[in-house]
Design a protein around this ligand. Structure first.
Ligand code: NI
Length: 179
C-alpha cells in the first residue's frame, strides 16, 4: 500500500477535469488502487476520495464517514465502515441537502452546493458485483460530491454558478472537509 499524492487545482486540471472511464477490469490493479486510496484518505483527513484525485481517471470512489458521528445522531447510530462504489449511478433521488463542502483537490475554499437529500445509487463492488445503496444527509452529499469528480466537475464550478462560497479561513473551525 502507498499514500498517493492528491491532485489539486490549479495545476492538475488535466486529470481532475476529465470525464473518467468506466471500470471494466476487476483484477489486482483495481484492488491495489483501492488499497492505496484506503491508506491515503485518513492521512488526508477526508471523508471521501475519487480515483481521479489520486491520478487515475476511472469511475471509482471511496466513501468513509466512519469517523463522522454528529452530535445530532442518536447514541445507537453507528456510521457505516468505508466502502467503494465502482461505476456508480444515481437511479433516484429526492429532497435537498447542503453543507459547506470542502475538497482536498480545491484547497482554500468551501462551497454550499445544492444536493439531493436522499439518493439511491447502483454501483459495482471491487469484484464487479452489483450493489444498491440508499443514502441520505451527509452520506448522500459525500457520494454526490465524489460522483462530480468522475465527471471532471469541481466545487469551483458550483461557485461559478453562484453558490455561496467562503474562504477556508473564514469558516468556523467545526466545519467538515468532504474530501
Ligand atoms: Ni472533492
Amino acid at each position: 500500500m502507498a499514500v498517493l499524492r492528491i491532485h489539486t487545482v490549479p495545476g492538475d486540471e488535466q486529470l481532475l477535469r476529465r470525464r473518467c472511464a468506466e471500470v471494466t477490469e476487476f483484477g489486482d490493479g483495481l484492488k491495489q488502487l483501492a488499497a492505496d486510496m484506503l491508506e491515503t484518505l485518513p492521512v488526508a483527513k477526508g471523508i471521501g476520495l475519487a480515483a481521479p484525485q489520486v491520478g487515475h481517471s476511472v469511475r471509482m470512489v471511496l466513501i468513509d464517514i466512519s469517523r463522522s458521528k454528529d452530535e445530532d445522531d442518536p447514541p445507537e447510530y453507528v456510521p457505516p465502515p468505508p466502502f467503494f462504489l465502482v461505476n456508480p449511478r444515481i437511479v433516484s433521488g429526492d429532497g435537498t441537502a447542503s453543507l459547506a463542502e470542502g475538497c482536498l483537490s480545491v484547497p482554500g475554499i468551501r462551497v454550499e452546493v445544492p444536493r439531493q437529500g436522499r439518493i439511491v445509487v447502483e454501483a459495482l463492488d471491487l469484484d464487479g458485483r452489483p450493489l444498491t445503496i440508499e443514502a441520505k444527509d451527509l452520506l448522500a452529499i459525500v457520494i454526490q460530491h465524489e460522483m462530480d469528480h468522475l465527471e471532471g466537475r469541481l466545487i469551483v464550478d458550483w461557485s461559478a454558478l453562484g453558490c455561496k462560497t467562503w474562504r477556508e479561513e473564514d469558516m468556523p473551525a467545526d466545519r467538515q472537509v468532504l474530501d
